[in-house]
Design a protein around this ligand. Sequence first.
Ligand code: NAD
Length: 438
Amino acid sequence: MKLAVIGTGYVGLVSGTCFAETGNQVTCVDIDESKINRLKSGKLTIYEPGLQVLFERNIKQERLLFTTNLEEAIKDAEIIFLALPTPPGEDGSADLSYVLGVAEQLGKMITDYKVIVDKSTVPVGTAERVHAAIAANAKTEFDVVSNPEFLREGVAVDDFMKPDRVVVGTSSDRAKKVMEKLYNPYVRQGNPVIFMDERSAEMTKYAANSYLATRISFMNEIANICELVGANVDFVRKGMGSDNRIGQRFLFAGVGYGGSCFPKDVQALERTANENKYEFNILSSVMKVNERQKVVMVDKIKSFYGEDLTGKHFAMWGLAFKPNTDDIREAPALYIINELLAAGATVATFDPEAMENVLEQYEGDDRVSFEENQYNALKNADALIIVTEWSVFRTPDFEKTFSIMKDRVIFDGRNVFDLEQMEELKTYYNSIGRQAVD
Ligand code: NAD
């Protein structure tokens, strides 16, 4: 099949590449010329495990093209995907200007039947608005389908190639057949393509992300209470998660959720509720808990050293909002750095993939440095702070670590080390939802 993907960011680039991998002819479009030039020259613009091989193969076999020319990209395409940003607007609702702006352009451009698929995360009712924006100018038949994307950064290629499920919202039999054919190769192991109406599909995405964010905030609250009552959240998680109704996954306490999706999607769903005069009490609390949790490490650091951190120097391992991605959007690390700087401290950071994306924010600020490896970041550090649980941080050379650091103090926002090991190493170790080792 011939496809066009509009918006070549995390979702557009992964979906475009993965659609090409099953034999489709895919053209990815973006307005960012430098991004397209980089992709055209065979270089990826994001870090995503497993993407490089597929990207190179499909470019070489001429199934994956990149352009800034929208009209050219969609001319022969049977299906057009919108993988455009939907950032939060000032009032927290999703900003639809990218999606609706492109829809309006498409209306003027399409000359034969197209299935126009919304992959961006958009509020209920957007498919109808996209339809209206296209119809205002279109001289041909078309269908608008809602097909929210559930891939997770860090495992996006696997998620896309073998999705737990594909959700397709459409009321058109013609579009349904096209979507069935497209997704067939991805659900050969029997995972479902779930067809429904557009509004339910749009709601499914927000409900899923908001539920996952709720699990995180819930576990963070349990962790905070564990600390107060002398319990260990690791045991509690295992004990809880063994109940089939709960399940083991997504129950890890930490420094709060970040990324480009959970914060904005939870906010947008709350906004939708408010617009419909419904008070979504749980979501308001989920957000409040997350705000507090993002800086819980700073509270711990301040209760150890005092409010004024002038003269203190910290090593920070991890900047990305989670491991295996270079994405730093809404990353808790950035909130923590800013709080530490505000209290007078300096920070030396290391992240395996995300440093380049953070550099710009601290350009010219000599209070923050970006180091070549995790050990360089430890030089003269009063304490180590772990914010992202990259595998490479899990089993460091402790002898080397403590020989470089000024003091044996670790604040661990991801519970990557064993308490017993920390006791043996005679380290002050403060983690989440577990008693501090002194
Ligand atoms: P992104 O910011 O990484 O990518 C969006 C791209 O669209 C950018 O490259 C931008 O230059 C381009 N763009 C903007 N205006 C354009 C235009 N007029 N024409 C062509 N290109 C244009 O965003 P993303 O993370 O890929 O997210 C896209 C959507 O998918 C959002 O709605 C998001 O909520 C949703 N989503 C994201 C993820 C994720 O993990 N990142 C997962 C599921 C769903």
